[in-house]
Design a protein around this ligand. Structure first.
Ligand code: 1HE
Length: 264
């Protein structure tokens, strides 16, 4: 593959730690956190180099919007081969988000459009505040999704809804976005980051092997024919329950020392 010469825009991605939770901030508010090649490479670099001890991550955007998608000012004339390499660079970066070491929660507000929605869909949980809106303007810009959206977004909302968004430029508001599955949580304006952090802190207390199974085994099992899926599930279940941490947690419950499930 042709090497990509753009340097990571490391100043456009900020990482801070809140205990075991890495908080990753897109810091390009003047351009609505539009994803330049440098920013995409910086996202990849950040997720590839999460500090030791990180158990969960939150990603959010500075300013009034989560992310305006591909930086259109960089959209140059590319030949077909260069276009493939550019798209594959996005795939590699967003694969680090989806298949990195820890679950990732996207805290969404304002525009979550184009490549911004592709980034959000690579995360494991999406929390949207009431200002959030979702769109795929690629259709109206004469282009196509290239950051994994054609694979990930139909898994969230179905191919029919994605086709409609791209053919007609339909924009979903936060309420409808949560209803159709673009986000799992809908929260009041300005509270998405707080909610995402609360969820991340909780996720960070899970047994790491359970989190790993949810990130790496569940999506594969869901894609397998049922017969294969049942078999893979049995293997994963047996590996998870054999871990010393699982035995300790079950013992704690049986001894009345662990929290019961509370009514929602
Ligand atoms: C940008 C971008 C961008 C803003 N690339 N520069 N994405 C889109 O088609 C969405 C394009 N953006 C918008 O529709 C709007 O900017 C927003 C709804 C996101 C925000 O509106 P607003 O009024 O808050 O901001 P603005 O005034 O439109 O933009 C502020 C600045 O950011 C302005 O630059 P300035 O130098 O004039 O101040 C904008 O040009 C700039 N800006 N969005 C470049 N996207 C892997 S394939 C993925 C394919 C896609 O993602 S296609 C979808 C691209």
């Amino acid at each position: 593959m042709r090497p990509h010469s753009t340097a990571p825009a490391t100043d456009a991605v900020q990482l801070t730690l809140q205990g075991p939770v890495a908080v990753i901030r897109l810091c390009r508010p003047a351009k609505r956190n539009a994803l330049s090649d440098g920013l995409i490479l910086a996202i990849r670099h950040t997720f590839e180099n999460l500090p030791a001890g990180t158990r969960a991550a939150v990603i959010h955007g500075e300013g009034d919007h989560f992310c305006a998608g591909l930086d259109l000012s960089e959209l140059q004339e590319r030949d077909a081969g260069e276009g493939v390499h550019h798209s594959r660079m996005w795939h590699n970066a967003l694969d680090q988000v989806q298949h990195g070491p820890v679950p990732v929660i996207a805290a969404l507000h304002g525009a979550v459009v184009g490549g911004g929605l592709e980034l959000a869909s690579a995360c494991h949980i999406r929390v949207a505040d009431e200002t959030t809106f979702f769109a795929l303007p690629e259709g109206t810009r004469g282009i196509f999704v290239g950051g994994g959206g054609a694979v990930r977004i139909p898994k969230l909302i179905g191919a029919a809804r994605m086709t409609d968004m791209m053919l007609t430029g339909r924009v979903y508001n936060a309420v409808d976005g949560e209803r159709i599955g673009l986000a799992q949580y809908l929260v009041p304006t300005g509270t998405a980051l707080e909610k995402a952090l609360e969820l991340a802190q909780r996720i960070a207390t899970n047994a790491p092997l359970t989190n790993y199974a949810l990130m790496h085994a569940l999506p594969r099992i869901a894609e397998q024919p049922a017969d294969h899926g049942f078999f893979t599930e049995a293997l994963m279940a047996s590996i998870a329950q054999a871990a010393p941490e699982a035995k300790e947690r079950v013992r704690a419950f049986l001894e009345g020392k662990a929290a019961k499930v509370q009514k929602g």
